[in-house]
Design a protein. Structure first.
Length: 256
């Protein structure tokens, strides 16, 4: 249940916003009934957070995949944004105490580092057991975060946190746009993250990823894109990965 005006004090744009779980079979609320608050709902931390709402509209902003509803709050922290996993069976928020609500934050959600580095602004996609959260802007390196739809955790086991190299695949330089392009190879078992702006001078990079495990060619589930885990350009403006991958023969792909 979404409450767009929670905490607005008559100014909708200043709303904290709230999401409350109601069990359709029993009529019970997670965390108990009573007035909406952080004891029984996911609520905003500051005016304008507008938890679970599209910017400028009172429309619910969430995606149900696997065992969880992934609630997007683009307004959180002035535009840094947040994605919160809430279990659909009982309303349990990953990273929060059992049978309770929470104030949205890095302790119970994945959040952007700042309004210049917002989480999920390039959307989300489902790949096997993973929800791929794509984040990029010209003012940050870009990031790709994989969250398991059955557990609400990243491949490394993180339940929440600020998006960065400790929980996501990220660019190495501001403007790499590493969360922009993610393709499924035609064998349907692998992905490629294309970062044609990588290197600070458009050398470009292509990073191979295993679709089943969300790991790179070195077995890592997070970290900076480098020439150790990716094919990268040698010169400025090589723009490796500017075009989608082509399959040449079985098991072989052509990088452009």
């Amino acid at each position: 249940m979404f409450t767009p005006g929670y905490g607005a004090a008559g100014v909708p744009a200043n709303a904290l916003g709230a999401v409350t779980f109601l069990n359709a079979a029993t009529g019970n609320f997670a965390g108990g009934g009573g007035p909406i608050s952080a004891t029984n709902s996911l609520v905003g931390a500051a005016p304008g957070d507008r938890v679970g709402l599209f910017p400028g509209f009172d429309f619910a902003n969430y995606r149900v995949e696997g065992n969880y509803a992934f609630i997007s709050s683009p307004g959180y922290a002035g535009g840094a944004g947040a994605i919160t996993a809430m279990r659909t069976s009982d309303g349990q928020i990953v990273g929060a105490a059992a049978n309770s609500g929470a104030v949205i934050g890095a302790g119970n959600s994945f959040v952007g580092a700042s309004s210049a580095a917002p989480i999920g602004n390039n959307g989300t996609e489902r790949f096997s057991l993973w929800l791929a959260v794509k984040s990029f802007s010209a003012a940050d390196p870009g990031a790709l975060t994989f969250i398991n739809v059955n557990t609400g955790l990243t491949a490394s086991g993180a339940a929440s946190g600020v998006v960065g190299a400790a929980n996501s695949f990220v660019g190495s330089n501001v403007g790499d746009l590493s969360g922009a392009s993610l393709d499924t190879l035609s064998d349907f078992n692998h992905l490629v993250l294309r970062s044609p702006n990588w290197g600070g001078n458009r050398r470009g990079a292509v990073t191979w990823l295993d679709r089943a495990t969300a790991t790179d060619s070195q077995g890592a589930t997070f970290g900076a894109i480098t020439n150790a885990n990716s094919v990268v350009g040698q010169y400025a403006n090589d723009a490796v990965g500017a075009s989608p991958m082509d399959r040449v023969i079985s098991g072989t792909f052509f990088v452009r």
